[in-house]
Design a protein around this ligand. Structure first.
Ligand code: FCB
Length: 444
């Protein structure tokens, strides 16, 4: 088992969440819908017809949630802002009541000794922009995203020390625009490539605006999900498929952002989308990298429009409720590789596992499999650090059980159980385990 003493005293322990997955209060105080409100209201898109209308009602219960983090000894909390709560149209006139919520949340965190880490975009694009043809497939979104970043920087920059532009740009562009299984439900390779390039350009524009509008001490970064793409077999065809999957899922949104240049496979796919000066516009020096990682992925050759298809993990592999392969060595290797390749201090901003464990007769939630997962993945962090990778913190996904996108409320990722009928929070065994770890490393 890992031990708090395996990590330095200044190692950051915390949790991550996302606005649409926990806030609820979908129509409160001037919030307008996002593409996820529209998607989840469309029959057949989300399991059981679940929506984020109420979710964990964090909008009203944030004080209780902050207290749970304080009691766990956490020192950082990454949350995302609902763009359509603060700018209902996505642009133009801000909604003061929406901004007030993030003011209150920020102050509550600081009062409890927890650093607020703000992520600008965790997948909930204002529906008004999408409907006006100004979503991610339009290049016109670039200055709008920078304006949104600037609004928050001017409002919260005096208190929020760490900022991220995007959460998993690779995942939401592929799932929402390429594969059609997330909002806004497009299933089109060209739309995916458009979205990738415009998200990259938006990152560059927003990073520059944040730099201009925030105090000099602010730390600016972004949060990719990086996962090794493994060939399903040793054949040349599968190896080539894995290289394509690696380009699509890892490189397309990370290389231009961190290195200033598209990888050769993505560059060829992009064609004339990349105009002269675009790669320079995407690249802006950053202060940190937030790494989200859950499991390796597997690719096989295919004659479809992608040149690869996703495969299940090998026969007999240990998997979670999501079907994701539990393989801590892949995490260790990805950490070492990421720190070396992108040369930034790395904070793990998401890692965790889903189960469906409910409270027992005594009310306790015994999520032993989660403790085992966290222990082994933190062991991988320890190994990567020992190998010289600059890994400075671990924020678990997630604080609360929440709305797991197209899977609805089935998979539970929280270290705190949420009863969705009563909204009662119950810290799980993994919460107490992580709290002991976070507390052990802290100065006496
Ligand atoms: C990540 C997302 C997060 C959550 C976890 C399980 O890809 O960033 O919102 O859904 O997966």
């Amino acid at each position: 088992m890992v031990n708090g003493k395996d990590f330095p005293e200044d190692f950051v322990w915390g949790a991550s969440t996302a606005s649409y997955q926990i806030e609820g209060a979908h129509a409160a105080n001037g919030r307008a819908p996002s593409i996820w409100d529209a998607f989840s209201a469309t029959p057949g898109k989300v399991k059981n017809g679940d929506t984020g209308n109420v979710a964990c009602d964090h909008y009203h219960r944030y004080r209780e949630d902050v207290a749970l983090m304080r009691d766990a000894g956490f020192s950082a909390y990454r949350f995302s802002v609902s763009w359509s709560r603060v700018l209902p149209e996505g642009r133009g006139k801000p909604n003061e009541a929406g901004l007030d919520f993030y003011d209150r949340l920020t102050d509550e965190l600081l009062k409890n000794g927890i650093e607020p880490w703000l992520c600008l975009y965790h997948w909930d694009l204002p529906l008004a922009l999408h409907e006006a043809g100004l979503g991610w497939t339009s290049r016109e979104i670039v200055p709008l995203f920078a304006d949104y970043a600037s609004l928050l920087a001017r409002r919260l920059g005096d208190r929020v020390p760490r900022w991220a532009t995007f959460n998993e740009p690779n995942m939401f562009t592929m799932l929402g625009y390429g594969a059609g299984v997330h909002a806004p439900g497009l299933r089109d390779r060209d739309a995916w490539l458009d979205a990738v390039h415009h998200v990259n350009l938006s990152h560059g524009a927003a990073a520059r605006r944040l730099r201009a509008d925030l105090p000099a001490s602010a730390l600016i970064g972004t949060v990719p999900n990086l996962q090794p793409a493994m060939p399903a077999t040793d054949s040349d065809a599968d190896r080539q498929a894995a290289a394509k999957m690696d380009a699509a899922m890892n490189r397309a949104t990370a290389d231009p952002v961190f290195l200033g240049k598209y990888d050769p496979i993505t560059r060829e796919w992009m064609g004339a989308r990349v105009r002269p000066g675009d790669e320079e516009a995407i690249y802006a020096p950053l202060d940190w990298l937030g790494l989200n990682h859950y499991s390796p992925t597997y690719a096989a050759a295919a004659t479809n429009r992608w040149g690869f298809r996703n495969m299940d993990p090998p026969e007999g592999a240990e998997t979670t409720l999501m079907g994701w392969h539990v393989k801590p060595e892949a995490f260790r290797d990805m950490l070492i590789d990421t720190a070396r390749r992108y040369r930034l201090p790395v904070y793990i901003t998401e890692n965790g596992m889903a189960d469906d464990v409910e409270p027992g007769a005594d009310g306790a939630v015994n999520d032993a499999a989660r403790i085992s997962y966290l222990d082994r993945y933190l062991g991988a962090v320890r190994e990567a650090r020992a190998a010289g990778a600059d890994i400075r913190g671990y924020l678990v996904w997630s604080l609360l059980d929440n709305f797991e996108w197209a899977m609805g409320y089935g998979p539970r990722f929280g270290i705190v159980h949420v009863d969705y009928a009563s909204l009662k929070r119950t810290p799980k065994a993994s919460y107490h385990w992580l709290a002991a770890l976070a507390g052990a490393g802290a100065p006496a």
